[in-house]
Design a protein around this ligand. Structure first.
Ligand code: SAM
Length: 197
């Protein structure tokens, strides 16, 4: 059952994210994913990186889907649990833990990777096994604020290291034979990967 968007809660979460520097998905990216869930008639979503459950609540409010989302930061996880309670939505299952350690057996129509950007290859390798044959994996922040492709010009060592890992993920994903990969220039850049079957 779809409950409709609680715009007060959504605005409250956006405000909290802004004040507390919690990275949440750009609206255009959410709209794109929301559209895709509707068009493809997806029924189940696994999200790696809950933060405060902004994207989980947004997508579940608009769609008859079951959402499972994983977060490793206890403070964010607890806020996410409170937000889901406030939303009165069913079928959002929040898991506290490091997504690289959690054991998920179920298969999903859509897997959203939106966690530590340096670990994208590991997340993809681990969670591709949880994808239904006709499903898709979306990875967010592929452009990383325009830094991707420009790592050699970045002065900060930490940022350069992170951007290099994202560039390595681009190379890794573009060389997959098992998946068709679409780069979409929306929000901070996403890729949509579908199994070649
Ligand atoms: N999807 C959320 C939204 O749009 O509302 C935003 C997620 S935020 C960009 C990324 C989150 O992933 C952070 O809260 C971070 O703590 C979490 N994270 C990073 N690495 C993780 C891991 N290995 N396992 C679980 N969560 C992780």
């Amino acid at each position: 059952m779809v409950f409709g968007l609680n715009t007060n809660l959504i605005s409250e979460m956006e405000e909290y994210a802004k004040i507390n520097n919690v990275p949440i998905m750009i609206k255009d990216t959410l709209f794109y994913i929301d559209d895709m869930i509707k068009k493809e008639e997806y029924k189940s979503v696994l999200e790696i990186g809950t933060a405060i459950a902004y994207s989980s609540i947004y997508l579940r409010s608009n769609n008859d889907i079951k959402v499972t989302s994983i977060e490793r930061d206890i403070e964010r996880y607890n806020i996410a649990v409170d937000n889901v309670k406030k939303s009165n939505l069913s079928d959002i299952n929040l898991i506290y833990g490091d997504a690289l350690m959690v054991d998920i057996k179920d298969k999903y129509d859509l897997i959203i990777i939106d966690a530590a950007k340096s670990q994208n290859i590991k997340f993809f390798e681990k969670y591709k096994n949880n994808l239904n044959d006709n499903g898709a994996i979306i990875v967010d922040n592929m452009l990383f604020h325009g830094f991707v492709g420009k790592s050699s010009t970045i002065k900060s060592r930490n940022l350069r290291g992170l951007v290099r890992k994202l560039e390595a993920f681009h190379e890794y994903i573009d060389n997959q034979n098992e998946y068709s990969v679409k780069h979409i220039d929306i929000g901070d850049g996403i890729i949509v990967c579908k199994k070649n079957i």
